[in-house]
Ligand binder design. Structure first.
Ligand code: NDP
Length: 334
C-alpha cells in the first residue's frame, strides 16, 4: 500500500521534500467500514489549500497523513452490508493505493458501465461538472443575452462553465494562458471570445476584456484571482454577480495582501458569491443527470489530463500550477 504523505507544510510553491512516498500494509476494514483500492485520484487546486494550516471550510491535512483526495476505486474488503467487494465507489479518500472509508460520509457507489472511463466521476460527472453547473446557474444566475466572463477558462471547471453559458444563451468570454489554450476555447469549447493573460499588465488585460465584452460582464466566474481578477473588476456590468469559485494564482503566494480594485464592486453594485460545491450535495443527482444529458447530446465536452503512477504524484500535481494540464487532472494509480 503506497501512500503519498504530507510531511511538511509547503512555504509558497510545494517542493518534493514536502512529501514522502511510503509503503504500508493493506488495512483491514474497521467495524462498519470498507477498504477501497483506489484506481483514479483527482488532483485538484484545492488540495494546495488543504496543505496549509489556515482557516478554511475543512481542517488542514494533518502532517504525516496521506494527501486528501477524491478517488474512484473498487471495494477491496467490506464490513458493511451496503458495499460488496468488487463494487466501484467514489469518495473523499487520499493519494494512496488503499483507503479506509466509512460509508455515510462522501463514499458512494458509481455505475462505471454507464461511462467511458471511471475517471469521468472525477471530471464531468464529479466535482468539476457539478461546480460548473451549480456555480454558474445557482450562484451566477445568468440570463439569456448576458455576458459571462470566465477565468481559468481552458481548465476543467472553466471550460465547463463556458459551455453551460452557451447552452443557456449567453455570450461567453474566456481568459486563459497562451495562444493554444485560447484557440481551444473557441474551437473546442465554443467560447465567443478568448483572451490570453500571459505577459500582460492589469491595464492591458482590462482593455482587452473591454473589447471582448463592451457592455461589461454580468457574471464573472472566478477561478484565478490575482491580477487577472483585478483586470476583470474594471469590466463589471451594473449589478454584476461575481462567483468566487477559486483563486489559484494565490494558492502558492506567501504574500497575504491583494485586491486593489475592490472599489469597482461598489461602483457597479456587484455581488460577490463565495461558492463551495459541497453546499449542493443534496442536489448532486440533479446536476449529474443534467451533465450526463448534455454530454450524451454532444452539447458538452470535458477533457481529462490523465497522468500515470502514484510515484509521479508530485510532478502531476504541479501541472495545475504551471498550466501544463489540458483538462481535468487525474492520476491513474492502478
Ligand atoms: P484547472 O483544470 O483549471 O487547472 C488549473 C489551471 O489554473 C491551470 O491549467 C492554469 O491555466 C491556471 N493557473 C494556474 N496558475 C495560475 C496563475 N498563477 N494565474 C492564472 N492562472 C493560473 O483546475 P480546476 O478546474 O480543477 O480548478 C479551477 C478552479 O476552480 C480552482 O481555483 C479551484 O480551486 C476551483 N474549484 C473550486 C471549487 C469550489 O467548490 N469552490 C470546486 C472545484 C474547483 P492557464 O494555463 O490558463 O494559466
Amino acid at each position: 500500500n503506497r501512500r503519498f504523505l504530507l510531511v511538511r507544510r509547503p512555504q509558497g510553491t510545494p517542493v518534493p521534500e514536502d512529501f514522502e512516498l511510503v509503503s504500508a500494509d493493506i488495512p483491514a476494514p474497521p467495524s462498519g467500514g470498507i477498504v477501497v483500492r483506489n484506481h483514479y485520484v483527482s488532483l485538484d487546486p484545492a488540495q494546495r489549500g488543504w496543505m496549509d494550516d489556515a482557516p478554511s471550510y475543512m481542517p488542514p491535512i494533518p502532517l504525516g497523513d496521506p494527501v486528501r483526495a477524491t478517488t474512484v476505486g473498487i471495494v477491496h474488503a467490506s464490513d458493511n452490508p451496503d458495499f460488496t467487494p468488487g463494487q466501484w465507489v467514489m469518495g473523499l479518500n487520499a493519494i494512496e493505493d488503499y483507503s479506509v472509508a466509512m460509508p455515510g460520509g462522501f463514499t458512494m457507489p458509481v455505475d462505471v458501465a454507464a461511462v467511458a472511463s471511471p475517471s469521468n466521476f472525477l471530471s464531468a460527472l464529479g466535482a468539476v461538472g457539478l461546480t460548473a453547473y451549480f456555480g454558474l446557474l445557482e450562484a451566477g444566475k445568468p440570463q439569456p443575452g448576458e455576458t459571462i466572463l470566465v477565468s481559468g477558462a481552458a481548465g476543467a471547471v472553466g471550460s465547463a462553465v463556458g459551455q453551460i453559458g452557451k447552452i443557456v444563451g449567453c455570450r461567453v468570454v474566456g481568459i486563459a494562458g497562451g495562444p493554444d489554450k485560447c484557440r481551444r476555447l473557441i474551437e473546442d469549447y465554443g467560447f465567443d471570445a478568448a483572451i490570453d493573460y500571459k505577459g500582460k499588465d492589469v491595464e492591458t488585460l482590462a482593455a482587452e476584456i473591454a473589447k471582448a465584452a463592451p457592455d461589461g460582464a454580468n457574471v464573472v466566474f472566478e477561478n484565478v484571482g490575482g491580477m487577472v481578477m483585478e483586470a476583470e473588476l474594471f469590466n463589471l456590468a451594473l449589478h454584476a454577480r461575481i462567483v468566487l469559485c477559486g483563486l489559484i494564482s494565490e494558492y502558492n503566494s506567501e504574500e497575504k495582501i491583494g485586491m486593489r480594485n475592490l472599489w469597482q464592486v461598489l461602483a457597479r453594485r456587484a455581488v460577490v458569491h463565495g461558492f463551495l460545491i459541497a453546499d449542493y450535495a443534496d442536489r448532486f443527482a440533479e446536476g449529474g443527470a443534467k451533465m450526463a444529458q448534455w454530454l450524451a447530446e454532444g452539447k458538452m465536452r470535458i477533457d481529462e489530463d490523465v497522468q500515470e503512477g502514484l510515484e509521479n504524484a508530485y510532478d502531476a500535481f504541479m501541472r495545475l500550477f504551471s498550466g501544463a494540464n489540458t483538462g481535468k487532472l487525474v492520476l491513474k494509480i492502478a
